[in-house]
Design a protein around this ligand. Structure first.
Ligand code: 4AD
Ligand code: MG
Length: 479
């Protein structure tokens, strides 16, 4: 009989029952000199490996410590013990890589998420991070699958760019100049003409502008890549490096954009419900434990999977910015001055406290806000007839706030030019973007979904640093 190499996920499905199998993984626990709980990352569950300790050398048994990498070979049998259906009766055991039980940081006990952030190179070996990262991977696959099924093309937009898509000026410079001794121009300023690209360049904040060029040729496209923002916001929702999904569609207006975003989000969340049951169950229980330490009135009424199902089963509430301002102005926290930023008049930028009030307290459902004041939105959004608002939309999620930002794009050259001038944008930098409005311009729309914010929602985690492998935040680029 050929020796089968299975991962633990397959073994726990009993696929090789009564056969000789080999499993390789990392020891989670070893107890009574007999039972190894082995995990290889393929599933949240460990497989129990029963060691024949009488016939195993003492030195080997000593090396079976938490964190060690081992290979076990033995027969897969139905377990007599409680807690698992199958186990391996070990006949051969090999320690592949020892671990030092004194200094290995991931002990078989509960560690705080803060502690684990400092051990990000090892935290994926914990149940929580294993589950989060498997869900993240599944979501990423579902995203590609959704677009593929709907005839979108995947486009890789550049990471190094010369333009500031969002016009917020929060960019990381990319330069090959000697920082200590840069070439200077006649005005005594750094001469970027002498830099690698012959101009100032930055890490992109969004692939949208380039994606638009592709939509105006391939029709339906999407990007899924890293984006960078040098905003100094040390919050549980912001990263300096995050992943964004940006579909862009020719001949689609804002209503179509809202439909697409809602359908897309529901599809990928459904995929996770259907394919990540074990991990969601674990994360749900984790959340329930966490909730117990909160005061009664702050506890969530729904479990993790109930929250996901709730999103699937309900239409997102579509509300104009103007309606939202009315609601907020008359809301209790505004009248009682409980908001940090009080809503006094139309035109105010919404803070996450307002977004969360609308979603969690007022509508109790995901909300799509649309038709924002032009003044608080980016230059490329299509101006409405009223001359004051633009065809923007943000999707707000419970516990998260803004998860999607998108718009119908300004396709009229003259209107766009006026905006570019008004906002003081260098039109020479954007010549190619403006060209799209000269040659076969058409209505088109798109949006950006913050991938980590989606992972936050799907996993019930509360800090964005815990849903990306190696977070980049102010003062932190370890690993
Ligand atoms: O709303 P934003 O800034 O929109 C754009 O960049 C558009 N160009 C998208 C488009 O229309 N193609 O960002 C989109 C989303 C936000 O809704 C949020 O989910 C996420 O990206 N996001 C961040 N996620 C983590 N950390 C940050 N610093 C983020 N900034 C934005
Ligand atoms: Mg936004």
């Amino acid at each position: 009989m050929a020796l089968a190499v299975h991962n633990i996920k397959e073994l726990l499905q009993g696929k090789a029952l009564l056969q000789e199998v080999t499993a390789k993984g990392w020891i989670r626990t070893f107890r009574s000199n007999r039972f190894i709980a082995l995990n290889d990352g393929s599933t949240i569950h460990n497989i129990q490996c029963v060691v024949d300790f009488e016939n195993t050398p003492e030195e080997t048994l000593k090396r079976l410590t938490t964190g060690a990498a081992i290979a076990v070979t033995g027969t897969l049998v139905e377990s007599q013990g409680r807690g698992q259906k199958f186990e391996i009766q070990v006949s051969k055991l090999e320690v592949l890589g020892d671990s030092d039980p004194e200094t290995y940081p991931i002990q078989p006990k509960k560690h705080s998420l803060e502690f684990l952030r400092e051990k990000a190179h090892l935290r994926v070996r914990t149940n929580t991070f294993g589950a989060v990262m498997r869900v993240r991977s599944a979501l990423s696959f579902a995203i590609h699958q959704y677009f593929r099924q709907n005839d979108f093309f995947y486009v890789n937009t550049p990471i190094i760019t010369g333009s500031d898509a969002e016009g917020a000026g929060e960019m990381f410079r990319v330069s090959a100049l000697d920082a200590k001794n840069p070439p200077l121009n006649e005005e005594g300023e750094v001469d970027y003409k002498k830099d690698f690209f012959g101009k100032e360049t930055n890490l992109t904040v969004s692939g949208q502008l380039e994606a638009e060029t592709f939509a105006m040729g391939l029709g339906k496209v999407y990007t899924f890549g890293p984006t960078f923002r040098a905003e100094n916001s040390n919050t549980s929702r912001h990263l300096a490096e995050f992943w964004m999904i940006e579909p862009e569609v020719a001949f689609m207006d804002l209503d179509g954009n809202m439909d697409l975003a809602e359908d897309f989000i529901k599809y990928v969340l459904k995929y996770v419900l259907d394919h990540c049951g074990d991990d969601l169950e674990f994360l749900e229980n984790r959340l329930l434990q966490e909730e117990k330490s909160k005061p009664q009135n702050e506890r969530s009424e729904m479990t993790l999977r109930e929250k996901i199902r709730f999103v699937l089963d309900n239409n997102f509430k579509r509300v104009s910015y103007t309606e939202a301002i009315d609601i907020l102005k008359n809301s209790k926290p505004n009248k009682k001055k409980k908001f940090q930023y009080l809503i006094e008049e139309w035109g105010a930028d919404l803070q996450s406290e307002h977004e969360r009030y609308l979603v969690e307290k007022h509508f109790k459902a995901p909300v799509i806000l649309f038709d924002y004041p032009a003044k608080i939105k980016a230059f490329y959004m299509r101006l409405n007839e009223d001359g004051n608002t633009v065809r923007a939309m943000d999707i707000l999620f419970p516990g998260i706030g803004e998860i999607v930002g998108g718009s119908q794009r300004e396709e009229r050259l003259d209107v766009l030019m006026e905006k570019v001038k008004e906002m003081g944008i260098d039109e020479k930098e954007l010549w190619w973007y403006l060209d799209l409005r000269k040659f076969g311009t058409a209505v088109h729309s798109g949006f950006g979904l913050g991938f980590e914010r989606l992972v936050l929602f799907a996993t019930g985690m509360t800090n964005i640093r815990d849903v990306i492998p190696f977070p980049r935040t102010p003062q932190n680029a370890e690993f």
